[in-house]
Design a protein around this ligand. Structure first.
Ligand code: UD1
Ligand code: CA
Length: 458
């Protein structure tokens, strides 16, 4: 394909009033990352030499997101929303300083596939001009219509509000994605006026202007699911659903069994080995990597990154999780580990063959290979101020209902007696026991029942 350098201009200036949110629209998430992040990742996948993002006023958090994702991206502010043509020109400096192709994407349209944009660039290979990503709309209301000639070439884009009755019958619509291979693009965009129904500078007018200058205008089409623009929470949920459907299909194609795929939720970066089996109702937050032959039983919640930590979560070959387990950031499970029902693990590693099968909290710890953590064991990692660590050696056996008060370490092969509150280190091979001596009162039960059941006032 073309070796013309690519500049991608991402429009993110919209406030997104219909989201009814304190957060700018493009920061709302699909599959665990912002819509803006999806579009920026797509831009990187396309090999963009430069990315320019156009933001609105008072969008410090959008700027911060751009900066975090791509420190080299340039940020421009569109002070007043005067239309898509004006928005692109907010990045005038980037456009004027660039020789090569320019692609305009919307940050509220997170589902576009790289293949469609590559097809647009191929179309620009033919000659200088404009290429528009179009789609056949089930309901074209509100979209710009693509007016084509008999030979399929693009004549103009007519916005809904400006269209004649005949033009409104056209179902081939503008997705908003436009590609340009124009020597002086800024000069061309400067010729866009605002004499139209909305009084806005329409980027779409660039098609007729380019044709008037003898340049080529073409259409590349894609599925409607690729160009869903999100304006409301309802559409955000639709975008999420489409994204999830695609991701599940991809995972299954690569060797993951899902008993009920529609109940499994993935993040943008979830990775699986082969022969992973997922039972119903499993949620993957960001930052989770699963190796081969892992079994995740029903109703588990896994996340490698959250608000506080981006430490990741990895699960080794042959390990089984759940049902009803919660795995949090910083967790590493080795091979053939068992994490059973109602177990929570955070910032801890369970080495090969370790088991925590029932009702346990493991936080800020290492659990050595083959260790067995009994039912109801709590790693007391937090003292109200600091997080402290526990170290449990290989082959250790922790009896049920024990509390390990961090910092503490249990040596290889040691035992901890059930019900113990362990506050001091236990040496390798020893038994740590912390319990009151058991006493016994013979016949106590019978006497008690006699007292309680004696008729009153008799
Ligand atoms: C636009 C297209 C239309 C297309 C539709 C696809 C134009 C004139 N029309 O219409 O042909 O079918 O998208 O969804 O381009 N934006 C800014 N600054 C502005 C105006 C818009 O950043 O001044 C951003 C918006 O935040 C949004 C995107 O550009 O992300 C599109 O703007 P919007 O006003 O929604 O355009 P539409 O009328 O939907
Ligand atoms: Ca729109």
């Amino acid at each position: 394909m073309s070796d013309r350098p690519l500049l991608i201009v991402i429009l993110a200036a919209g406030k997104g009033t219909r989201m009814k949110s304190a957060l700018p629209k493009v920061l709302h998430k699909v599959a665990g990352r912002s819509m803006l992040a999806h579009v920026m990742a797509l831009s990187a996948d396309l090999g963009a030499a430069r990315i320019a993002v156009v933001v609105g006023p008072e969008m410090a958090n959008v700027r911060a997101e751009v900066h975090a994702l791509a420190p080299d991206a340039a940020i421009y502010e569109q002070t007043e929303q005067r239309g898509t043509g004006d928005a692109v020109l907010a990045a005038r400096e980037a456009i004027a300083g660039h020789s090569g192709d320019v692609l305009v994407l919307y940050a509220d349209t997170p589902l576009t596939r790289a293949a469609s944009l590559i097809a647009m660039r191929r179309s620009l290979d033919v000659a200088e001009g404009v290429c528009v990503l179009g789609f056949d709309a089930a309901d074209p209301t509100g979209y710009g219509r693509l007016l084509t000639s008999a030979d399929g070439s693009l004549l103009a884009i007519r916005e809904h509000k400006d269209a004649s009755p005949d033009e409104l019958d056209v179902t081939l619509c503008n997705s908003g994605v436009m590609g340009f291979r124009v020597a002086d693009l800024a000069g061309l965009l400067d010729r866009i006026g605002n004499d139209n129904a909305k009084g806005e500078y329409y980027l779409t007018d660039a098609v007729e202007i380019a044709r008037g200058a003898g340049l080529r205008a073409s259409v590349v089409t894609c599925g409607e699911d690729e160009v869903l623009g999100v304006n409301s929470r309802d559409q955000l949920a639709v975008a999420e659903a489409i994204w999830q459907r695609r991701a599940r299909a991809r995972a299954m194609a690569e060797g993951v069994t899902m008993v009920a795929p529609e109940t499994v939720f993935l993040s943008y970066d979830t990775t699986f080995g082969r022969d992973v089996v997922l039972e119903p109702n499993v949620f993957f937050g960001p930052g989770v990597a699963i190796a081969d032959d892992v079994l995740i039983r029903a109703n588990c919640y896994l996340e490698g990154h959250d608000q506080k930590s981006r430490a990741g979560l990895t699960i080794g070959k042959g390990t089984s999780i759940g049902p009803f387990a919660r795995l949090r950031p910083g967790t590493t499970l080795g091979e053939d580990v068992h994490v059973g029902n109602f177990v929570e693990v955070k910032n801890a590693s369970l080495e090969d063959g370790a088991k925590a099968n029932h009702l346990t909290y493991v936080g800020d710890a290492r659990v050595g290979a083959g260790a067995n953590i009994g039912a109801g064991t709590i790693f007391c990692n937090y003292d109200g101020y600091n997080k402290n660590r526990c170290d449990v050696g290989a082959g250790v056996f922790i009896g049920s209902n024990s509390a390990l008060v961090a910092p503490v370490s249990i040596g290889d092969g040691a035992y901890v007696a059930a019900g113990s509150t362990i506050t001091r280190d236990v040496a390798a091979g020893a038994l740590g026991i912390e319990r009151a001596e058991q006493t016994e009162k013979p016949e106590w039960a019978a006497n008690y029942r006699f007292r309680m059941e004696k008729p009153k006032g008799g």
